[in-house]
Design a protein around this ligand. Structure first.
Ligand code: PLP
Length: 353
């Protein structure tokens, strides 16, 4: 059997959820959209079901998958609905809806519903991606209240730069949010992972932690006591020596300067490991620090075993996890941990904890 696998530590997931809740000091929706950032939405939601105050996904189908798997708690659709028939499904399954633009509001006003839905009214406080502008919020709130199909109305916004505690943008967004909602009742929700860790001023009734649940801090400076949830690993399947001057792999990117023992690892970019990483990207081999050399192939990659005489066929290679922070690989690849984790596929997923 091909040894490439993603090991998902559900104890670490619960640890991170508790940390988020403790830091924020109130309820937290566990963000499990995009298949729980690549970790398996159903497994992660079940692991958290006993303690999470609720879950957040991007769209209806993601929520229905959780309901079908027996998740009974609150589930918020972060993008709301795309077309009217989804509203009835949302109401039937007791889902909470974000309403973030005029067309969604009109859809809700025009569609008969079997039961009222709870709505999170989203306010655009500067990110300019989704949400009602501050001066349109009160009118939108009143229309929601007046349409007779809405139960609770919560108020939310989303931050553009919460992962940069030294940048003033988040403080400005918080001030705009407070000014726009000062006369409105209802629960508030501002904080994503970056704000939970770096912006105590953003603490309100609900947090929405995503990436930190999976153990990757969005803040450059700290791991914040988080535990990595996914370990992406495989093994060395072949070993060869190359002489000084010999090249390795596609494009002959790596050329040996000295005799080099190369380990061939069964995992490649088709599994989600980024092809863009340079020579020298950290890996861990049988628990020892080592480096990737040569371009990543579709199903394989190559590592330098020269400093590890005990390593050979069958040696365990960790691409990221508890020994190699996914943030380090993301940085080497010119991307973010979110993208790397979401992209993992084709490997065997195994769960513990
Ligand atoms: C509206 C909203 N809230 C919360 C999150 C979770 O963000 P993070 O993973 O940075 O905690 C996201 C993710 O993109 C989001 O879109």
């Amino acid at each position: 059997m091909r040894p490439a696998r993603a090991l998902i530590d559900l104890d670490a997931l619960r640890h991170n959820y508790r940390l988020a809740r403790r830091r924020h000091g109130s309820r937290a929706l566990a963000v499990v959209k995009a298949n729980a950032y690549g970790h398996g939405a159903v497994r992660c939601a079940r692991a958290l079901a006993g303690e999470a105050d609720g879950f957040a996904v991007a769209f209806l189908e993601e929520a229905l998958e959780l309901r079908a798997a027996g998740i009974v708690g609150p589930i918020l659709l972060l993008e709301g609905v795309f077309e009217a028939p989804e509203l009835d499904a949302a109401a039937t399954h007791g889902l909470w809806l974000v309403v973030h633009h005029e067309a969604q509001l009109r859809m809700l006003e025009a569609t008969p519903l079997a039961a009222p839905v709870d709505v999170w009214l989203k306010i655009n406080t500067g990110m300019n991606r989704a949400g009602f502008l501050p001066d349109a919020v009160e009118a939108a709130w009143r229309r929601l209240r007046a349409c007779g199909k809405v139960g609770e109305i919560a108020l939310m916004t989303h931050f553009a730069r919460a992962d940069e505690p030294q940048v003033i943008t988040t403080a400005e967004q918080i001030a705009r949010f407070d000014a726009a909602t000062v006369h409105l009742p209802g629960a508030r929700s501002l904080a994503n992972s970056g704000a939970i860790l770096g912006w105590p001023q953003a603490r309100r009734d609900w947090a929405r932690p995503g990436i930190l649940l999976y153990g990757a801090s969005p803040l450059a400076a700290t791991d914040g006591g988080l535990q990595p949830v996914m370990t992406l690993e495989s093994t060395v399947m072949a070993v060869r020596e190359i002489a000084p001057g010999e090249a390795l792999g596609y494009g002959e990117r790596f050329v040996a300067e000295r005799p080099t023992r190369v380990g061939l690892v069964a995992l490649g970019y088709a599994d989600g490991y980024p092809r863009t990483v340079p020579d020298g990207t950290p890996v861990s081999i049988d628990g020892a620090p080592a480096r990737l050399i040569g371009r990543v192939s579709m199903d394989m990659l190559t590592v330098d075993l020269s400093a590890l005489p005990g390593a050979g066929i069958g040696s365990r290679v960790e691409l990221w996890g508890k020994e190699v922070a996914v943030n380090r690989v993301a940085q080497a690849a010119g991307t973010i941990a979110y993208e790397l984790l979401c992209n993992v596929k084709r490997v065997r997923f195994e769960y513990c904890g």
